[in-house]
Design a protein around this ligand. Structure first.
Ligand code: PEP
Length: 250
């Protein structure tokens, strides 16, 4: 049985003092959850988040990483640096990074490799745009993004990878994929993982849904056969609301 993993993506929100206040509230609300809970926060908040999550069941992730280990890459942060302060997860290939910061399937793959080599667990985002969906290309796009992100990744390394299916048209728009649609897309991604590796690896891979998840739709989405939790943007900024999503099965 795969566990449910629910990750918050704060994007470029929250100052260090807000991070501390958030965790104080949130940690009490989710302490009895059976689900894995992760907060992916801006670089500036990571250290405060790690300190304040000590002794709680909350794991901490970054939202991006550079693929080189060190050197002349002004403004970038390496996987080794993230690992050195205790970060456990990192979001890679979020559609906002693909859209605004030139992230490609190739750079996603390099980042996944760098993260794994340094002991970080990647949350790899894949998803189609509205235009691609309307052209009937959804399955093609998400299968291809999945295959390219995993190029050169061993079967053993797959146990440290999470995939998040995030249809771009559903991110931050209030529009959610129906649970049936999201589940079908995730089944296609799982099938692609099975083609690259085998059925056992595919059955054990955590694949989340992301795109306007809220406490009112979390249960329906997360109780489908293949959706293993969520990557949550906007709704993760409010501790009470995000806690309700994490505790969707209570
Ligand atoms: C996200 O940022 O990954 C996301 C899914 O955002 P939202 O929940 O706000 O749609």
């Amino acid at each position: 049985m795969r566990k449910k993993v629910i990750a918050g993506n704060w994007k470029m929100n929250m100052l260090p003092n807000e991070t501390i206040e958030y965790i104080e509230k949130f940690s009490k609300l989710v302490e009895n959850s059976d689900n894995e809970v992760i907060l992916c926060v801006p670089y500036i908040d990571l250290f405060y988040c790690l300190l304040n999550c000590q002794g709680t069941n909350i794991k901490v992730g970054a939202q991006n990483v550079h693929f080189e280990e060190k050197g002349a890459y002004t403004g970038e942060v390496s996987a080794k640096m993230l690992k050195s302060i205790g970060v456990e997860y990192v979001i890679i290939g979020h559609s906002e990074r693909r859209q605004y910061f030139g992230e490609t399937d190739e750079s996603v793959n390099k980042k996944v490799k760098a993260a794994l080599e340094n002991g970080l667990k990647p949350i790899i985002c894949v998803g189609e745009s509205l235009e691609q969906r309307e052209q009937g290309l959804t399955e093609n796009i998400i299968r291809n993004q999945t295959k390219l992100a995993l190029e050169g990744i061993s079967k053993e390394q797959m146990s440290n990878i999470i995939i998040a299916y995030e249809p771009i048209w559903a991110i931050g728009t209030g529009k959610t994929a129906t649970s049936e649609d999201a589940n079908n897309s995730i089944k296609a991604i799982r099938d692609e993982v099975s083609k690259v590796y085998d059925k056992e690896v595919a059955e054990n891979t955590i694949i989340q849904y992301g795109g306007s998840v809220k406490s009112s739709n979390a249960k329906e989405l997360f109780e489908t056969s293949d959706i293993d939790g969520g990557l949550v943007g906007g709704a993760s900024l409010v501790p009470e609301e995000f806690a309700k999503i994490v505790n969707y099965n209570k």
